[in-house]
Ligand binder design. Structure first.
Ligand code: GLA
Length: 380
């Protein structure tokens, strides 16, 4: 059923505006967006859609096809962090971060998303961005995409309570088709980097392990704290501001774990720039090697991988991938493999086989094509 029909059958009238925003794959630069470095994500074609109906009072009513039967009610004037069911907080958080002064009235909203939840593809940022983008359009605020990204991040940090960086919200809002986004996470300055693998007979296979291990959120906050602690000891605002040479020369100032966490960040920041150079030069073997180095660093130094992600990466590499790595926060979710298109079917079969042999649940696969960012799907 179309989202407008869902909206109609839930609220009894037709929506006035439908907006959408995509999930993302991060090519490289993992756990870097809260360290001030540059990251290189791109949007996938899967979208979260938000259908809006204007109300005459200040109420909000929310429904979602992913959580059928639940209608969450709130009021723009009395929103407080952590209000509502978990899924609804990403939406209410955006209203809260925007502030009731900017909202002339409330809305009925229906959410429908094809971005898989818990797959490390930023389904939550896609929902936040679709709502923020839709409100910006509806009220003609003319806010910039970086400002909307900051509103979405505030919603997630302070209303949902997840201390995420700003990569996912930014790419959902700023992506353009056929490009990855080189994003400076300090300033949100960005550059569109052409990313056309098909032209070279290559593709990026996404392997969704369909597992989501516990301690995800605690582990994320703990990694972030370690990086911030390292920056503080080293006397820099973020780990972006220290060269690799200086970092190594001051190793003795950090305890062993803090050193390893920060070493991941400092080297990953370098890898992002090497990846941009490799892409510009069409050096895909080098790009693959950088993906592998990123995975090893996330697995051994940042310790956010898990057996399913390692299995996906190792199996893809054993059967001809140019390189592979886990993406997103970690502890589950998805891995990506840079592969020759002709190898796709064989690599999928081999990964399926390896998962079955290890007793893991069956993974899901898809090919990630760099797609457009937030958009208005229907108006009026
Ligand atoms: C999650 C967060 C992002 C980013 C990644 C890791 O997706 O939401 O801000 O930190 O993890 O790169």
């Amino acid at each position: 059923m179309e989202i407008s029909e869902h909206f109609h059958s839930t609220f009894g009238y037709s929506p006035t505006l439908i907006s959408g925003a995509p999930g993302r794959v991060n090519l490289i630069g993992e756990h870097i967006d809260y360290n001030g470095g540059d990251v290189l994500p791109f949007a996938i074609s899967e979208l979260a859609r938000a259908a809006f109906g204007a109300r005459t009072d200040s109420k909000i009513r929310l429904a979602s096809s992913q959580f059928p039967g639940e209608i969450i009610e709130a009021d723009t004037h009395i929103l407080t962090p952590l209000y509502g069911q978990m899924w609804s907080r990403y939406i209410l958080g955006v209203f809260w971060a925007v502030g009731s002064a900017r909202l002339a009235h409330g809305f009925d909203i229906y959410i429908d998303s094809s971005v898989p939840i818990g797959a490390g593809l930023s389904s939550s940022a896609a929902v936040e961005a679709s709502v923020a983008y839709g409100l910006n359009e509806y009220f003609h605020w003319n806010m910039s995409m970086p400002d909307l990204a900051r509103i979405c991040q505030k919603a997630e940090n302070d209303f949902v309570g997840m201390p995420c960086g700003i990569m996912d919200q930014s790419i959902a809002l700023m992506a353009t088709e056929g490009h990855a986004l080189l994003l400076d996470t300090r300033t949100l300055a960005s550059q569109q980097i052409p990313f056309d693998l098909a032209h070279h007979g290559l593709e990026l296979l996404v392997i969704d392990t369909r597992v989501h291990h516990e301690l995800v959120d605690g582990g994320y906050a703990e990694r972030r704290d370690s990086c911030e602690k390292a920056a503080e000891i080293l006397g820099v605002a973020t780990l972006r501001e220290i060269s690799r040479e200086e970092f190594e020369s001051r190793k003795s100032e950090l305890d062993a774990t803090t050193y390893l966490r920060a070493h991941h960040a400092v080297t990953e920041i370098e890898r992002v720039h090497r990846a941009v150079d490799a892409l510009a030069a069409g050096e895909f073997e080098e790009l693959g090697e950088l993906l592998n180095q990123s995975h090893h660093s996330l697995r051994d130094e940042f310790t956010v991988s898990c057996p399913e992600l390692d299995c996906a990466v190792e199996t893809a590499n054993a059967h001809g991938a140019l390189g592979a790595r886990m993406i997103g926060g970690g502890y589950g979710g998805s891995a990506i493999a840079l592969i020759k298109s002709v190898d796709a079917e064989n690599i999928k079969l081999k990964i399926e086989g390896a998962f079955a042999k290890s007793g893991f649940i069956e993974p899901h696969f898809f090919t990630a094509l760099p797609s457009a960012g937030a958009q208005i799907i229907q108006q009026g």
